[in-house]
Write a protein that binds this ligand. Sequence first.
Ligand code: AMP
Ligand code: GLY
Length: 423
Amino acid sequence: MKILIVGSGGREHAIAWKIAQSPKAEKIYCAPGNAGIAEYAECVDIKAMEFDRLAAFAKEHEVDLTVVGMDDPLVGGIVDVFEAKGLRVFGPRKNAAILEGSKAFSKDLMKKYHIPTAAYENFDNAKDALAYLETAKFPIVLKADGLALGKGVLICNTLSEAQAGVREIMTDKKFGQAGNRMVIEEFMTGREVSVLTFVDGKTIRIMTSAQDHKRAGDGDTGLNTGGMGTFSPSPFYTKEIDAWCMEHIYQPTVDAMRAEGREFKGIIFFGLMLTADGPKVLEYNARFGDPETQVVLPRMKTDIVDVFNACVDGTLDQIELEFEDNAAVCVVLASDGYPVSYKKGYVIHGLDAFQGKDGYYVFHAGTAVSPEGVVTNGGRVLGVTAKGASLKEARANAYEAVKWIDFENKYFRHDIGKAIDEA
Ligand code: AMP
Ligand code: GLY
């Protein structure tokens, strides 16, 4: 098969690597791709939001399957555009990608179908939101309704912080149109777990669990980022919790979407919080997580092309996913200053050290090719993943491999997977 991947980050690199393992993949394209993806795929200079150009490329090159990695094109309806042209594509249609595209929608869905989540109210104007805050309990959580690069969530400890937050989101439009509506919800405490799943409209299959580290600094300090590192599996996500979530969260979500006439095919990424009252949904995403994918896919034994096809065809019930009985840790190497401002264009040394080393991976997130070699080209630059027999071993291996890479302004967290020690 000829396969086109849409996206350009560490997640898409991991997807490209995994697809390349499949004997069914004869040719891989990636639009727009990056310097690391180029090892497995022919990178095509078309941006992820240029749906018509992407579809025309897929037609012209007789692409058999397109896999969309990113949220923006999915929420924008890329799948509908491809399907209308008779092209085979893995991902939710626009009317299903709304599960990630609108937090107000997903909260209302959960309420209607009794799926456990934080108590909340939706607002479409600042005046009502501000009035509601007067009687609210703190801390409280404010969320811009739409996509905001993972930055549209504000945790506010006081009334005045929350008032300022409402103005930022709804009046100043700090997150753009994403702030036309907002959710105000109860603050929950507990451990966070990311659970990635494949869905074919009816059947859902769970991948292994993972945990992200969203804050920029050690000890969960500093600003929220796209994710600074992950480990998989989460030792806090037990078989019992998995079974409970299947009955009360996963299958009910798939059934709810179908009942609403919004059949979901693709990836549902459940962001969960394990609270004292049981697991609750923090958020839904309609795509693979980044950098969760960089620890989940290296542990997956099943041929991913078979799974993509089963999702598109509605035959996922015939697939059993298999994962290795080991662990993986990913440490993100970022440019110092991320997520605010940072310099780009520094030469990256040491990428060759990963050649031929089983169980070690360097996934490119923000890199580019220059006459001097591969250079930094983003806030998150690389994801260094290592496997190990245990989480502790995987963590030690990942931090060892972090030393192989050198570039100016290299920044990373030193405590990815520290939570493992409490398990
Ligand atoms: P989200 O984009 O909805 O996953 O939110 C980003 C992060 O904000 C989550 O990973 C949590 O750490 C935090 N968060 C979101 N909602 C809540 C909540 N209701 N209570 C506590 N923390 C939350
Ligand atoms: N790592 C979190 C996300 O992909 O949204």
